[in-house]
Write a protein that binds this ligand. Sequence first.
Ligand SMILES: *Cc1c(COP(=O)(O)O)cnc(C)c1O
Length: 361
Amino acid sequence: MKSYYLTPGPSELYFTVPDHIRTALQDQVCAISHRSKAFQQIMAETVTAIRQLLQVPDSHHIVFTGSANEIWERILENLVDTDSFHLVNGSFSKRFYEFAVMLRKRAHLHEVPFGQGFDVADLAVPAAAEIICATQNETSSGVAMPLTDLYSLKDRYPDKLLVVDAVSSVPFPAFDFGRIDSLFFSVQKGMGLPAGLGVWIFNEACVAKAKDLQKAGKNIGTYHSIPSLLSQSAKNQTPETPNMLGIYLLGKVCQDMNSRGIEQIRQETVFKATLAYQLTERLPRLSPLVRRAEHRSQTVIVADVLEGYRADDVLNLLKPHGLIIGKGYGDHKETQIRIANFPTHSKELFYQLEDVLNGWK
Ligand SMILES: *Cc1c(COP(=O)(O)O)cnc(C)c1O
């Protein structure tokens, strides 16, 4: 029996991916030169499809890396001379902060307890901070930042670069790129693709910052510095031999999502999230971790497991039905569950999840 992975990354592949992999093999996408016209065309198509899906304006560049971890590092190298500021409320936002410490930046953080969001109105960003790092969807805790909170930070601190980790929410949020300097994601979560590709979006303010640092003799990295990435992407190429299959598949899946319609995807996402939160509220052995509804992620639903039961009890109940959900993250792996709600996950899967959990004896 086929299992369905409702895990928050890696996750179930987008349902069209197997067909696209077959076509890619037929067309020898992995064998062509990454300097060939054929590859340039693939890369151009992928960038166009991402622009359409996420409504990325021409003011922002789109480049490829190996992962979101890599983009954390590249952002700190290219956009920060001395001081960064981090909103931390879970393991992924904490890791971004730790990268800044490892790279010897003066990393400032504002941290709130696991499962909570931020009261951005009361939040002060230190004057020295050059960038504000926000994890829009904290995958470990299932807390999401409302987009209006992100934008209000940019409004209050227009001279600081606002950088947004949207790894586990893309393509769901309708971002206004006019109010975001940089945004990034990797593809093994909401996009439903094999891991090993990061997508980094940034505007001219980021380009100017990287060039200023370079001019001042600072280290901004090597092959994946912003100037190096841009000089290649201008030709629809990459500095290194890239994950050509990944770039090809991302383009195809974005095109598929574009034909389905992003509005449709968003509506279905909200519908399934509502169903999952209602379920975790209703069942006595589960309880949603995130208390404030406006901070609840629509794409990663996290619940505490109560009454002496463990995450494994829930996982083992669902597994025979072909439903694989995630355990809690890190220290919470025994006491919490995480359910991914990505575009590939159908309403039917969520109804099935509801049926099985309703019958938990
Ligand atoms: C998964 C995840 C990452 C890391 O992505 P990689 O592709 O493994 O580098 C970063 N941030 C968030 C919020 C994530 O969920």
